[in-house]
Design a protein around this ligand. Structure first.
Ligand code: NAD
Ligand code: WQD
Length: 335
């Protein structure tokens, strides 16, 4: 089976390529490299003695995408390509809507023409906004507070409409919680271009000495220690969830919406402590005011993923920290 992975040289995409290859799929990557390096794929090729055909291309370039589809005759697509920084999306909404919404529409048009009807899409727990309770189930109300989140919700709505119009499509909307960690080889991981926005890469860069100290955003939330609580999920578990989703989508035409989270909530201070234990390095931090747009607590009810995909997260927080640290310490400057 041949799978197109858009955004496949990025953080989650590269780990998913590995799990696809391990499961026997042939993988082709399209990525415009706006937020990643081809080095991730080269390292996978070396590690697994395989070849990953790569096309440096923007998914919005339909002429190029058509010829790539003609060349390979794909059985399905995993669509990771898109922009993901919440803050940037506020200052650059045109770029975010264009790449995310424009990219998804352009891709679906080509898939329709080519009669390729299986799609896994990277959605996000951000579509739940500030949840009225936790754990979060897939049927909770959706609300978004920034252009990034809105772009994900617009794409979800678009894909729901496509499925309603023609139910020969098979579409998986996977809502990721907080992906962290890295491949346990230590040679493939998350490589933010600028100062990281997310907690785990920020802590890792403090530990390696690239950044001075962590600012903990808010110590007055209604949580056990006052800091924000999230559902951290190991990127390898997440990648495995995509392989399961493809298998289920190929068996039966459907639209499924699935939370991919561990079901466990950890506070910022829990993560700092686990990271210190994993690395043996003290993480200096200071509690500052809340970050605009942050919610207090967000974690998944992952029971539907188990039911429909036969998938559940296996890695625990200590392993996520160990693997993040191995990647960061072996690659102090990323790829
Ligand atoms: P990433 O930036 O590492 O990967 C995205 C890849 O897409 C990059 O390699 C980038 O170069 C490529 N890309 C961007 N726009 C493109 C375009 N128009 N055409 C072709 N390639 C393009 O990010 P990631 O963390 O691996 O995220 C993958 C997907 O998962 C994204 O859609 C993101 O919104 C979603 N997601 C990520 C998280 C997270 O916390 N990392 C959480 C929920 C959802
Ligand atoms: C986690 C916790 C922060 C950095 C974001 C996106 C979401 C999804 C995943 C794409 C929070 C705290 C963080 C720091 C801190 N991405 N924190 N100091 O905000 O839950 O989710 O990434 O879809 O859409 O919004 O993740 O890692 O930024 O924050 O105290 O320097 O760590 O306040 O409680 P978040 P995060």
């Amino acid at each position: 089976m041949k799978i197109l992975v858009t955004g496949g040289s990025g953080y989650i995409g590269s780990h998913t390529c590995i799990e696809l290859i391990k499961a026997g799929y042939q993988v082709v990557v399209v990525d415009n490299l706006c937020n990643s390096s081809i080095e991730s794929l080269k390292r996978i090729e070396n590690l697994y003695s395989c070849k990953i055909p790569f096309h440096k291309q923007d998914v919005r370039n339909q002429e190029a995408m058509r010829s790539i589809f003609d060349q390979y005759n794909f059985d399905g697509v995993i669509h990771f390509a898109g922009l993901k920084a919440v803050g940037d999306s506020v200052s650059m909404p045109i770029e975010y809507y264009s790449s995310n919404v424009g990219g998804a529409i352009a891709l679906m048009e080509v898939m329709k023409e080519q009669n390729c009807r299986a799609l896994v899409f990277s959605s996000s727990a951000t579509v739940y906004g500030d949840p009225h309770k936790v754990p979060i189930k897939e049927d909770f109300p959706l609300s978004v507070a920034n252009p990034y989140g809105r772009s994900k919700l617009v794409i979800e709505d678009f894909l729901r409409d496509v499925f309603i119009s023609e139910n020969s499509w098979s579409i998986g909307l996977l809502r990721y919680f907080n992906p962290v960690g890295a491949h346990n080889s230590g040679i493939i991981g998350e490589d933010p271009r600028n100062t990281p926005n997310n907690l785990m890469p920020y802590i890792s860069q403090v530990a390696i000495g690239n950044l001075e100290k962590l600012r903990v955003f808010g110590g007055d939330y209604n949580t056990p220690d006052g800091t924000g609580v999230r559902d951290y999920i190991h990127v390898v578990d997440l990648a495995k969830g995509h392989v399961k989703a493809l298998q289920v989508l190929k068996n039966k035409s459907q639209l499924m919406t699935v939370n991919l989270g561990s079901g466990q909530g950890y506070s910022v201070l829990d993560v700092i402590k686990a990271f210190e234990e994993a690395s043996g390095i003290k993480i200096p931090y200071e509690v500052v005011s809340r970050r605009a747009g942050d919610v207090s607590t967000c974690y998944a009810d992952p029971s539907y993923a188990l039911e429909i995909l036969g998938w559940s997260a296996e890695y625990k927080l200590n392993q996520m920290c160990e693997d993040s640290w191995r990647w960061q310490s072996m690659n102090p400057n990323g790829y």
